[in-house]
Every structure is written in C-alpha cells, then in structure tokens.
Design a protein around this ligand. Structure first.
Ligand code: SF4
Length: 386
C-alpha cells in the first residue's frame, strides 16, 4: 500500500528537454517568459542557432551564465541525425536523415549557378499514395516535428561548413516538396517555414520558400490566412478522371475546387503579381499526349500560373515509364504556344536516386501499404519458365 512518504516513481522520470531548434521567434519568446526569462533573449538564441549553427548553449557567449545553465537543464538544440550522404556527379547532394524507429527521410540540395534549392521532407512516408510516387508506396508513419523540418535546412548548411565560412547562401531556396504532404502536417510546417522567412532565422524571401501540395483544399485556405510563401500545386492531370487515378485525394477535392482554392490563396497575398506553380509529372502514354496538353491549357485559363513539366523518374515499384523527349517537347510547345511560361525540369542526381523517396525507401509503414505494393509489383513480373 502506498504511503505519503514513498517516493512518487513518476517524479524520478526526467522531463524531456525542449528542442529549441524548431521553435519560431514568437513561440520562443513565450517559452522564455514561461521559464522566467526576458523574451528578447529569443532573438539572441535564434541567431546563435540559425546564423551561427551553434547547438551548444555554452557557446552562446552573450547569454549570462545562469541563463545558459538553465537552458542546459531544460532545453536542447538537437538536429536530426544524418545516416547517409550521397553526392552526385552533377553536384546534387542528398541526405538520408534518421528520425527514430529506423525511419529515414530525405533531403536534397540541388545547386544551380548562384542558386541552391533545398527539397525538404515534412512527413515520414505519406498517406496519400499518388500512383507515380516512390514515397507514396511506402505508407505513412508519422509527421515530422518542426525541429526535424527546419533541422534539414540547418544540416544542409552545416554539411558545407556554411555557418563558419559565412556562406549561409548555400541554401537560397527551399521547396516543401520532399517526402509527405506538408498541409497534412500543418502546424509543424508553418512553424518551420516561419523560421525560414524570419531574419533571425534564415531570412529567405517569401518567393524563395515554396510549399507544394497535392490539394488538401481546406488546409490550403487555412494556409492563406497565416502564411505568405509561394505555392506549387501537384496537378499531374488535366481532368478529374485521370487525376483521381494518379492523385487519389482528387476524389475528395477535384480539380475545380483545387484551382479555386489556389486562386483564393494568391488573392490573399499582398503583392499582386504572385503566380502559382503547376507541377505536372509527364508519364509515358498516361498523361503526356498533345490532347492532355491542350486540355491542361484550357483548365488553367483563369489561374495566374506557370507550369513545370517533370519527366517521370522510373523506380522499382512502379510500372510507369519516362516519356520520350519528343513527347516532352510536344507538350512543352502546346503549353508555351497557349501563353504559359513553361519549364521542363532537368533530371538531377540520377546517379544517387534523387527522385523523392528512393533513398529512404524503408519507412516503418503503419499502413502495410509498402508490403501490398511489393506484392503487386511481384505479381506483375512476367513468370520465368525454366
Ligand atoms: S506525391 Fe506527395 S502527396 Fe503524393 S504520395 Fe508522394 S509525397 Fe505524398
């Protein structure tokens, strides 16, 4: 029987320390107040973390010793753990980042002249199962925390020694386009993006931070209320019948609703010249015909947008094929002649499996979807007679 004098066993369990890496300025000010400190210290701490790459409170020399000791006890700055780094001959660098439970997510830096675009993941796996996507085949495990999201920016800069040599500009652009659907991890993604934009964080302009969504319409409306980042829509098809096959969430939020929400998003932005980027993965014989291009040009007619064509990058669990150069050129020509600024994404990092989800490839799938896809792919293999 318990007595009053017995030690409460829960009191012996140490409280987990708060990870400050993913805390926005606003939340850090609240946190500091809650531990009896002045909110303005947040600016100093943020600069140490995101301008200088410091992950140890002892090195924050403009904080008094008592504050440093208090933070040491209550908080931490813990970036995610890189387990693998691959460098492509074309300069693309890719990291596999371990986020607990043997789960990996991917981060990719694509350098291009003065520009360095970092593709950041938002979830471990993805629940939406788009049929052309390696991540979608893995099922879904969990949302990343804000620290794990902004930590990808931090570790990319760190890996080039960018904090020490004053070359934070290694990352000039961020696209939330890696593993996961960012709008399904709304709060953590918004928190991390606010650090990307904050001058005490990475100070990137809103035009250089892009969120790409497959079309979670209600959350897109919510995003417009709190964020100013650029928007990309993963469209991939010009009509609902085809899009529902490629991007199943289309059954819930069809194209017309998605494009209307995209228009509302840019209407909420202060600057009037914002455009949406339409991402369109071209898959041989599926959505890459001239008739698809003409239909797409028509569907996008009322939306201020530019179009990014992405030739499909084949992977083992998919039977889709990369389109021919001719098909890509024909599609590009139709869109360009229809008046759209249209780019074709050059394949990068082919030698390091840079297509999203190919390197991580082993999410501890809660949904068992990865197993089902593997079985389906095996059944689709021709039987070999011996
Ligand atoms: S394309 Fe994006 S939303 Fe679709 S399954 Fe892949 S990660 Fe998820």
């Amino acid at each position: 029987m318990a007595t009053e004098n017995q030690t409460d066993p829960t009191a012996l369990v140490q409280q987990p320390r708060v990870n400050l890496l993913g805390m926005s300025r606003k939340n850090m000010e609240v946190y500091l107040s809650s531990i009896g400190e002045k909110p303005f210290r947040a600016q100093q701490i943020l600069k140490w973390i995101h301008h200088s790459g410091i992950d140890n409170f002892d090195e924050m020399t403009n904080l008094g010793k008592p504050l440093r000791a208090k933070l040491q006890e209550l908080a931490e700055i813990r970036p995610p753990n890189v387990v693998k780094q691959l460098d492509s001959i074309d300069g693309t660098r890719k990291w596999a980042v371990e986020v607990g439970g043997n789960n990996l997510v991917e981060t990719v830096l694509i350098p291009d002249g003065q520009r360095g675009t970092l593709c950041v993941s938002s979830q471990v796996g993805c629940s939406l199962d788009c049929s052309f996507c390696a991540t979608g085949k893995q099922g879904f495990m969990r949302d990343l925390t804000a620290s794990e999201i902004i930590g990808q920016v931090w570790l990319a800069i760190k890996s080039y020694d960018g904090f020490n040599n004053g070359n934070k500009r290694i990352v000039t652009n961020v696209v939330m386009m890696g593993m996961g659907e960012p709008l399904l991890n709304f709060d953590n993604v918004v928190e991390a993006m606010s650090l990307m934009l904050d001058d005490f964080g990475y100070g990137l302009s809103k035009r250089r931070v892009t969120l790409s969504t497959s079309g979670v319409v209600p959350m897109l409306d919510k995003l417009g209320d709190v964020s100013t980042v650029s928007l990309a829509i993963s469209l991939h098809a010009p009509n609902d019948e085809l899009r529902s096959q490629l991007v199943p969430i289309n059954k819930k939020y069809p194209i017309a609703e998605l494009l209307a929400a995209s228009k509302r998003y840019i209407a909420k932005q202060e600057d009037t010249h914002r455009v949406v980027t339409i991402e369109y993965t071209l898959i041989a014989g599926v959505n890459d015909g001239v008739e698809h291009a003409k239909e797409l040009a028509e569907v996008l007619r009322d939306l201020p947008c530019k179009v990014n064509l992405i030739p499909f990058n084949p992977f083992s669990l998919s039977n889709y094929k990369r389109p021919s150069n001719n098909a890509v050129n024909r599609f590009w020509l139709v869109m360009t002649e229809a008046g759209y600024v249209t780019t074709v994404r050059t394949p990068r990092g082919d030698d390091i499996d840079a297509a999203c989800g190919q390197l991580a490839g082993q999410v501890q799938d809660r949904t068992k979807r990865s197993e089902r896809h593997r079985q389906k792919a095996e059944l689709a293999q021709p039987i070999r007679l011996v």
